[in-house]
Design a protein around this ligand. Structure first.
Ligand code: SF4
Ligand code: SF4
Length: 114
């Protein structure tokens, strides 16, 4: 998710409930101020962390609040890890990409398209 205001992403949230979200442990609050809260991530390897809930079945990130496809919010928006910051950067403006569209379709939402 890339957005914070009222836009396509805050009315969606599908990507936060579709893919595993893994990131380097240096992005955790233990390693940097303002990093990902440790309670929301699990160690995956010696160097990788995974957002809690993203490998559940069905997946849903523990940091996601709200109802997918209606109104959602990343509760750690300012501290979200790099995969979330980098994901479909123009989706909030209505310009999706393949992974964004796949996530939306998985949740019964129309793809944004490019
Ligand atoms: S799936 Fe696409 S539109 Fe939906 S929240 Fe993620 S980036 Fe935004
Ligand atoms: S950290 Fe935030 S943006 Fe990233 S998957 Fe979780 S709810 Fe979505």
């Amino acid at each position: 998710m890339t957005a914070q205001a009222d836009d396509h992403c805050t009315r969606c949230g599908a990507c936060c409930a579709a893919f595993r979200v893994d990131f380097h442990h240096s992005e955790c609050e233990a390693s940097m101020a303002g990093g990902v809260p440790l309670g929301l991530a699990l160690p995956l390897t010696a160097t990788l962390m995974r957002m809690r809930g993203t490998d559940a079945s069905p997946p849903r990130c523990a940091a996601l609040a709200g109802e997918i496809g209606v109104a959602v919010r990343c509760t750690i928006y300012a501290s979200r890890p790099s995969p979330c910051r980098d994901f479909a950067p123009y989706a909030a403006l209505g310009m999706g990409e393949d992974a964004c569209d796949r996530a939306r379709v998985r949740h019964g939402l129309a793809p944004l398209g490019g």
